[in-house]
Write a protein that binds this ligand. Structure first.
Ligand code: BTN
Length: 278
């Protein structure tokens, strides 16, 4: 349960011009597209990708779309993302050819980004344990603290949009009724305040290293997401494209598939939605 009293550090930190400069200087992004408020950073990044594909300028820069607040954040499928003030919400417009990322590794981006979020959280608060809930969530204390939405924007050479929403100051106490028991924010679990920009820079810096590994040698990443898999050993119900499957989760394999053991054997799930776990 999140604490029933308000966490003592809910004062929102503001993102300043210095913060934005730091994003560019300390990380791999080429420029920042900042908005006090925007509908969805993923939608904005998609617009930028489309615009750059349709011009002759050949702009293949890696853009960070950052918003203090989203008014219509999107989740997977038709889901909305709880987008209140105080969350860290951003999308990175990635250029796979610049990263030399082969197409068959794109499906591993969610897990890779999840790892970067886990490392960033733990690097800024050593008492926290962050876990990956396959394929695109990060959990702390058994609740969802972060969601990741990877989308491909089709253009001349293709671009990938990596959207991350991390609950920071937006306490679960103020979440909508249907989410209150399921989500958590850093202000609910940490003994000290976080600055969103510190988290952002830590995520982007780890992501740079992890994306390089995704291109060259994935073994270390595989080991990491295996270790951090929240679902391992639990009974899981997963919605697959044509049916539902229930079984014991046996971890994540080398291709990023969730392994589900049933009476009929072990199934590899490359995509799907985990609808229940014990
Ligand atoms: C999910 O859990 O279903 C994924 C949620 C992803 C939310 C982030 S917030 C920043 C970016 N912009 C969006 O509209 N969505 C992603």
């Amino acid at each position: 349960m999140p604490p029933t009293t308000q966490a003592p550090h809910t004062t929102l930190d503001h993102i300043t011009p210095d913060d934005l400069a730091r994003n560019v200087a300390d990380t791999f992004v080429d420029r920042v597209d900042y908005h006090d408020e925007i509908e969805s950073t993923n939608s904005r990044a998609t617009q930028l990708a489309t615009a750059s594909a349709n011009t002759t300028s050949d702009d293949r820069s890696c853009v960070l779309v950052l918003a203090d607040h989203q008014s219509a954040g999107r989740g997977r499928g038709a889901n909305k993302w709880w987008s209140t003030s105080g969350a860290l919400t951003f999308s990175v417009l990635l250029r796979p050819e610049a990263l030399q990322l082969p197409t068959n590794r794109w499906t591993l981006l969610s897990l890779t980004a999840g790892l970067a979020v886990c490392h960033a959280i733990e690097s800024l608060d050593k008492s926290l344990n962050a876990r990956i809930k396959w394929p695109n969530d990060v959990f702390v204390d058994g609740r969802k603290i972060c969601g990741i939405l990877v989308e491909a924007a089709t253009g001349e050479r293709g671009s990938i949009i990596l959207g991350i929403g991390l609950n920071v100051h937006n306490s679960a106490n103020h979440a909508p009724d249907e989410l209150r028991e399921k989500v958590i924010a850093l202000c609910d679990v940490a003994a000290h305040p976080f600055r969103r920009v510190d988290l952002l820079v830590a995520i982007l810096q780890t992501l740079a290293t992890d994306l390089a590994q995704l291109t060259t040698g994935v073994d270390q990443l595989r080991e990491e997401w295996r270790k951090r898999c929240l679902l391992t050993g639990r009974t899981v119900e997963i919605e697959l494209p044509t049916r539902r499957l229930t079984g014991i989760c046996r971890g994540i394999d080398a291709d990023g598939a969730l392994l589900i053991e049933t009476n009929a054997g072990t199934e590899r799930c490359l995509s799907g939605v985990v609808v229940r776990f014990d």
